[in-house]
Design a binder for this molecule. Structure first.
Ligand code: NDP
Length: 243
């Protein structure tokens, strides 16, 4: 059963990239989608318009997570939720090149926000609900952006640590870990074909991921069929760096 009709999904960072693809996929499966954005109102409205043109239902909500998550919940009001996708994140920086303010900002957006979004969302989340956090394959690969990688490690821990506390209500919490995916976060891809080819060669499938590759995996975890999967980290990288 893939039908999410009657369900409401909140997708953070849904104005662009992977979050946008997730919002569009969940809407195509029948969910009413709340499209969160930080600064790109026009893009978020475009996502909503696209969903509506396709016959779905959506609306936007704004919040910049370095300022906390109150604005997000002011925008949600009393809206009941069935699916929460913590997708929004920002890059960090190399060891030795990040000051305290930058470090705090990356952790605020990538870790503090998902943690408190879950805490605030739980009273709004219906029993049998789904929480899906978007992490990254960088937690198993040593790359220069250590601060970003650390935030994703924290998110993985959050997922399996919280699962037992949600089980009584039939709420699952899972983590999806994309590999390199063609979005604004990897704006270099179209401009560096040789490097892109090298990255593609590191995947088992010989190509770079597309936002829809990740969105389709999120849709698997959102559906009723996934009810017995919780506390799991799902690698969705096309088999990146398997050795
Ligand atoms: P993008 O950079 O394309 O989009 C980021 C989204 O997050 C936008 O919707 C943006 O909103 C929102 N956002 C940015 N800053 C803030 C902020 N301060 N507060 C709240 N929201 C904010 O990211 P991707 O689509 O590439 O990544 C999505 C998720 O996938 C992230 O968790 C990322 O870590 C993860 N991921 C991505 C990979 C990749 O290769 N792209 C690989 C592995 C994991 P706005 O448009 O309004 O700025």
């Amino acid at each position: 059963m893939t039908d999410l009709s009657g369900k409401t999904a909140l997708v953070t960072g849904a104005s662009r990239g992977i979050g946008r693809a997730i919002a569009e996929r969940l809407a195509a499966d029948g969910a009413q989608v709340i499209v969160h954005y930080a600064g790109n109102e026009a893009l978020a409205k475009e996502v909503v318009a696209g969903i509506e043109r396709a016959g779905g239902q959506a609306r936007t909500v704004q919040a910049a997570f370095e300022d906390g998550v109150d604005a997000l919940f002011d925008g949600l009001g009393e809206t009941r939720l069935d699916i929460l996708v913590n997708n929004a994140a920002i890059l960090g920086g190399r060891f030795g090149q990040v000051d305290v303010a930058d470090f705090d900002r990356v952790f605020a957006v990538n870790v503090r926000a998902p943690y408190f979004i879950i805490e605030h969302a739980l009273p709004l989340l219906n029993d049998g609900g789904r929480i899906i956090n978007i992490s990254s394959a960088v937690v198993r690969i040593a790359l220069p952006d250590i601060v970003y990688a650390m935030t994703k490690g924290a998110l993985d821990t959050l997922g399996f640590s919280l699962a037992p506390q949600l089980g009584e209500r039939g709420i699952t919490i899972n983590t999806v870990s994309p590999g390199v995916t063609e979005t604004d976060m990897n704006a270099w891809i179209p401009h560096a074909p040789e490097a892109a080819e090298l990255v593609a060669a590191f995947t088992a499938q010989g190509r770079i991921g597309q936002p829809a590759d990740i969105a389709d995996a999120v849709a698997l975890l959102a559906r009723e069929d996934s009810r017995w999967i919780t506390g799991h980290v799902l690698d969705v990288s096309g088999g990146y760096f398997l050795g």
